[in-house]
Design a protein around this ligand. Sequence first.
Ligand SMILES: Nc1ncnc2c1ncn2[C@@H]1O[C@H](COP(=O)(O)OP(=O)(O)OP(=O)(O)O)[C@@H](O)[C@H]1O
Length: 699
Amino acid sequence: MREADTAPATEIDTEARYLAQARAALRAMRADVLATETPESVAADSDDVWQNTMYRMARAKRGRDLVDLPDVPLFFGRLDYEPGLVYEDAADDQPDRVYVGRRHVRDDEGRPLVVDWRAPISVPFYQATRQDRRGVRLRRRFGFSDIAELTAYEDEPLAGPAAAQGGGALLAAEIDRPRAGPMRDIVATIQPEQDDLVRAPLQPSLCVQGAPGTGKTAVGLHRLAYLLYTEADRLTNGVVVVGPNRSFLAYIRHVLPALGEVAVRQRTVEELVGRTVTSTDTAEVARLKGDPRMAEMLRRALWRHVGEPSDDLVYAQGATRYRVAQARLAELVFQQKGSARYGTGRAGLAQRVANLVLMQMERRGATPDDRDLAVVSRSKPVRALLDAIWPKLTPEQVLFRLLADADVLAEAAEDLFTAEEQAALRWSRPYRSARSAKWSAPDAVLLDELSDLIDRVPSLSHLMIDEAQDLSPMQCRALGRRCLTGSVTVLGDIAQGTGAWPVDDWPTLLGHLGKPEARLAFLDRGFRVPEQIIRYAARLLPHISPGLPAPTSVRSSTGALRITATSAVDLPDAVVRACREFLGQPGSTGLICADQDIDVVSCRLRADGLEASLLGEDEDALESNRLICVPASQSKGLEFDAVIVMEPAHIVAAEPRGLRRLYVVLTRAVSALHIVHAEPLPEALTARLEPRPPNGTGS
Ligand SMILES: Nc1ncnc2c1ncn2[C@@H]1O[C@H](COP(=O)(O)OP(=O)(O)OP(=O)(O)O)[C@@H](O)[C@H]1O
């Protein structure tokens, strides 16, 4: 890498001048947008007022989009093409040199000074290799200071003799850069295998299996930014990121805005289904409620409300009476039962009954129209008929009856759930009414399923689902119906599955999502965790996911792993010491322990004068301090420069898939992992313990 003091001064100066020129051009573009008067309509009717307001808002937005953020470099790479070389896919006006950045910048004659990383012209920056040069002679990556001053560059010639030492110093520096606060974008250093997934087409859906730290989340977010740029007109029904909890969503929340995308909502599954959760279930009941058999049981529980007409329908108009015979009504009900949705079936029945009445009116010489149809279908006798045999229902009423009434449950569960399973599902102390019932998170998903059985839940254009390995089949169905007409990017790692429904294979989960056609891709190069740590964590793999290959790492760091055995009495002191030591170094420190230990340990740290945030206490926990106390159950997807893991045995003992949780916890460190324990380490970790590393204290 050429730093400012080692590179030829003229070269850095030239590039810095180009950066200044691009900045000035961006300022001019912005001034131009803000100064351009959009012709506004002078008429005062509401359409014109609305249109004028939209014009003004659009202009203000374009102005905001063009703000030059002082700490974000305007470009990060450069491609030099063979002069005059015409290669496949090249644009007619292909320039010899292209600067790649986060947005497009042009000079006042319209010539591009910086091209957007998502534009086709930028693809060779990520994909060109010495074997497939795509006309590129040289790839240059730039290094910047914290205030976006250009301070270094690194050249990778793709033509001519191979460089003596491979490049990658800037990539390594970028990955090693100390973490502080939330996740940042990787747009400058996306790797070819990641770029392939970022730029994969909107359809078919995509599912990425990857070991910890291989960049799944980063790839998913950059993919959204790419799709919003290239496929905006096919994404007008909304794009949503779904993550496992609020802490994780807070961690990733700045990535898309930094890439210029502010309209993407970020939600947990509970938030997306939009119901208030006020109760909890035992693990056994939660597992049952996530079971795909629930879908059929709910369908039966809903449709059992449709009954048989017991009498003729009589509609009176003045002195005239129109009659629809019971047998004819029964026939209509039977036909309407074939409707896809309970609500549309009900509305359809009203219409069809009204139609029969109207036909009788016609036969008597009347000429009824649509208004009469509406009047009859909403008339008292038709409403009474519907209330009796096809009642209006809310999802809460249906689920309430199912969970409160053993007979209703038995009827709907017949041949689906055993008597023991039904007993577990039934409320032991039923609530008094559907209104007063308290619903758990799994109930919220069941209510959502019922909601969709009654009336279709609208589909979004695209969902990105992170940590998907933890979703229950019923949650998958809830997400699947939200991208029924759209597509999905599914990200996860089978080995990190800790939910009640861990997946063993992605096709099954994709089936529940309703996207069996999704492309399955794999990422295996780890960018987060140094090799020494990932090799240690991978000792758990044969016990938790025997089928998966051992993860690899692009980075190695001697002394990255330390293990300290101590007594129960000395454990808190040892943890405090470990925290102090890491706080003496740059970057973030995560102290991860079993959920049940977190309050005691965070109080202890504060009592010792260490400023620590407790994850989950507030959304900004990751930004407010360098030391974060993390309950193991919330650690998924996060990372810290240094991680202290306290008492792994407690983490393992806390839940049925405790070893998998431990695997997640051990793979959160970017630079250093220090395990502090008083109880013996889980056997899976010690069984093949290698000779003590020179810097580790061993246990
Ligand atoms: N090409 C890259 N350049 C620089 N940093 C990268 C690159 N790819 C990934 N990273 C970094 O590696 C870390 C891990 O990425 P990410 O969180 O996306 O991985 P993950 O596969 O989702 O991990 P997990 O399974 O643990 O949730 C992040 O800090 C990310 O910025």
